[in-house]
Design a binder for this molecule. Structure first.
Ligand SMILES: [Zn+2]
Length: 136
């Protein structure tokens, strides 16, 4: 297995680290949406969300919240923050070591997410809620 994030964790690839504890690592994205774009990863290789320990997933959100606040205080241009996690190829995941993006946003930046959203009926929403609840 050749995983760039595992190489970073092992110290075999460069990264600009902003946070580290015994379970997680956060560093600057090589291809930032905006300056200050960070990634949070578990140190243990986990391909996707379903593979991730709930405690590590919870801690990733705790650290994301802390990093978002730090980005706002850092002097980097930041009028808002997005958290983004792509789970699976169809969702746009490119590195199959689960990672949570934290990046600053500002009016007029170039980030676009074409959601393709459209209104749904209450009946359809209720049917979907039943399907998901049934396997939760
Ligand atoms: Zn990995």
């Amino acid at each position: 297995m050749d995983c760039v994030f595992c190489r970073i964790v092992a110290g075999n690839a460069d990264a600009s680290v902003v946070y580290e504890d015994d379970r997680l690592l956060a560093f600057c994205d090589l291809n930032p949406v905006n300056p200050g774009h960070l990634l949070i990863i578990p140190k243990i290789h986990r391909a996707g969300l379903v593979d991730l320990d709930e405690s590590d997933g919870s801690q990733m959100f705790v650290i994301a919240r802390r990093l978002a606040a730090a980005i706002r205080r850092s002097g980097l241009r930041c009028e808002g923050v997005n958290l983004f996690l792509a789970d699976g190829l169809a969702a746009g995941q490119e590195v199959f070591h689960v990672h949570l993006h934290v990046f600053p946003r500002y009016r007029g930046d170039r980030f676009r997410l074409d959601t393709g959203q459209r209104p749904a009926s209450r009946g359809d929403l209720d049917t979907i809620a039943v399907r998901v609840r049934a396997v939760l």
